[in-house]
Write a protein that binds this ligand. Structure first.
Ligand SMILES: [Zn+2]
Length: 231
């Protein structure tokens, strides 16, 4: 093959390689980062929700706190204006799959399709590419790992889980759970979709005030990861 053709082929291949994510794509989930800085990433799963996502956005706006929303593609297609609102407010969008299925039962291709269907929904609705994937339930099988690697995503889990989705968890319990466990570099898991968001919302208001008074600063997941890269 002539050299110019090799160069052209290489250029085409390079152009086709997705350039999203942190470039790690090891298939290993990120739970938190090691840092001395008092920074924390708040994350919200299972939205957009027509009632509670706007209320959470208002609270975040009032306190000037950025967050990351791991959205479901099916919810994005139902409530596109709320996704646009999240993006316009400057928050980060993560990918939580399309239907919130049990990943233990899915093939690699089905997991890949879940990710890509949501990626398309977010891109078409709000014009942003998702680069982080949070598997529903945090489930990682061999097929999930392969699907995520071939999609070019990074898997983002969490390190603080106040189980705010449980109807048994009051706002006070959620607040107490986060405050007892949180340390610099943590990723906190909340839900803006589900059944218990009234308590999540009340807890969020209290937590932002309390953690700020402890000297914590809030960042998006990509800001958190860039701190790790720079340390
Ligand atoms: Zn979920």
């Amino acid at each position: 093959m002539p050299r110019w053709l090799v160069s052209c082929s290489l250029a085409v291949v390079l152009l086709l390689v997705p350039n999203f994510g942190s470039g790690k794509t090891t298939g290993e989930p990120v739970h938190r980062i090691d840092t001395q800085k008092k920074i924390v990433a708040l994350t919200f799963d299972d939205g957009p929700d027509p009632v509670y996502t706007p209320l959470i956005l208002e609270t975040l706006h009032k306190h000037r706190v950025p967050a990351t929303f791991f959205v479901l593609g099916s919810q994005v297609d139902k409530y596109p204006s709320i996704l646009k609102w999240i993006v316009k407010a400057g928050h980060e969008i993560g990918n939580h799959g399309y239907h919130h299925l049990d990943l233990n039962k899915l093939t690699e291709q089905q997991v890949f399709d879940e990710i890509k269907q949501t990626e398309r929904a977010v891109l078409q609705t709000a014009g942003v590419f998702t680069q982080f994937y949070r598997p529903p339930g945090g489930v990682i099988t061999h097929d999930v790992r392969n699907a995520v690697q071939s999609s070019g995503y990074d898997i983002i889990h969490w390190s603080v889980d106040p189980r705010d989705w449980s109807l048994k968890r009051t706002a006070a319990v959620i607040v107490d759970s986060v405050k007892r466990h949180v340390t610099p570099g943590d990723i906190v898991l909340f839900h803006d979709g589900g059944l218990n968001q009234k308590e999540t919302l009340a807890a969020l208001k209290q937590l932002i005030t309390d953690l700020k008074s402890q000297g914590y600063r809030f960042v998006t997941v990509s800001q958190l990861l860039s701190e790790q890269a720079g340390s």
